[in-house]
Design a protein around this ligand. Structure first.
Ligand code: NAD
Length: 259
């Protein structure tokens, strides 16, 4: 068991990638916190894990609210005393061409992806510094490295997470705290299912073409990345035994982006 008794808080863990990471961590012995703004779905995921014999709790948390983030982390501390692993994963997608992008939606995207990462990190870092260990994982994207049309705030925010992780790695290093970014290609979660018809309408092409000619066009094999692929990388970053692996970003995308 690679994460025996570690406390892992995963945001956006009621669905998709975050949920799979929580399951994988629980299977490796971690006590997992399902943090999500969708409290009902978060509790359903936590209950599912407990039923399978794991330790799991849910907390309601909109990651854009400092008050809710701090209250959620306080609940975890009351129950389990600390946080050893943070996965800042909550995210949404909104697509428009720049000239049509409502400013309110631009700000919402930056708030969820960037403020969310900052606020959750800020809330758990004193706990990690006090115990001289911790792993912070930010959910980037291939869009942390490359750009696509229609995704201005998403690409901007995902690039920004690389900078945050590098600062965190430098500040956290002397305290035994590591920070890394996972950069997945397209994964068929609700976030992506929603984009397929939207992009088909905006680009005036079929949904099949959105998948083949837009989303998977540059992969080596035309395959989607899976939630399990991403969870394996999340396990690697969480369980790595030393400070050697910090300030990095790892692309898991069927070769869509290579570096
Ligand atoms: P998803 O829609 O399946 O799950 C996202 C979860 O985040 C949901 O449970 C939702 O309730 C929660 N959430 C949204 N806004 C929130 C907020 N303000 N506070 C708290 N919770 C909130 O999406 P997913 O595909 O699993 O995406 C998870 C992360 O992975 C996102 O950061 C996304 O950008 C990133 N990502 C996804 C893909 C992909 O292809 N699916 C690729 C690269 C990166």
């Amino acid at each position: 068991m690679k994460l025996q008794d570690k406390v892992a808080l995963v945001t956006g863990a009621a669905s998709g990638i975050g949920k799979e990471i929580a399951i994988k961590y629980a299977q490796e012995g971690a006590r997992v916190v399902i943090a999500d703004m969708n409290k009902t779905a978060a509790e359903a995921t936590a209950a599912e894990l407990r039923k399978a014999g794991h330790q799991a709790m849910s907390v309601a948390m909109d990651v854009t609210s400092e008050e809710q983030v701090n209250a959620g982390v306080a609940e975890v501390v009351a129950a389990w005393k600390t946080v050893d692993v943070l996965v800042s994963n909550a995210g949404v997608q909104i697509v428009h061409p720049i000239e049509e992008f409502p400013f309110s939606e631009w700000k919402k995207m930056l708030a969820i992806h960037l403020d969310g990462a900052f606020l959750t990190t800020k809330a758990v870092i004193p706990l990690m510094y006090a115990q001289k260990s911790g792993s912070i994982i930010l959910m980037g994207s291939v869009h942390s490295k490359l750009a696509s049309v229609l995704k201005a705030p998403y690409v901007t925010a995902k690039h920004g997470l690389l900078g945050l992780a590098r600062v965190l790695a430098k500040e956290g290093g002397p305290h035994g705290v590591r920070a890394n970014v996972i950069c997945p290609g397209f994964v068929r979660t609700p976030l992506v299912e929603k984009q397929i018809p939207e992009q088909a309408a905006t680009l005036k092409i079929s949904e099949e073409d959105v998948i083949k000619k837009v989303m998977l066009k540059d992969t080596v094999d035309g395959e989607f990345t899976t939630v399990d692929d991403v969870a394996e990388v999340a396990l690697l970053f969480a369980a790595f035994p030393s400070n050697a692996l910090t300030g990095q970003s790892l692309i898991v995308s069927h070769g869509w982006a290579m570096e």
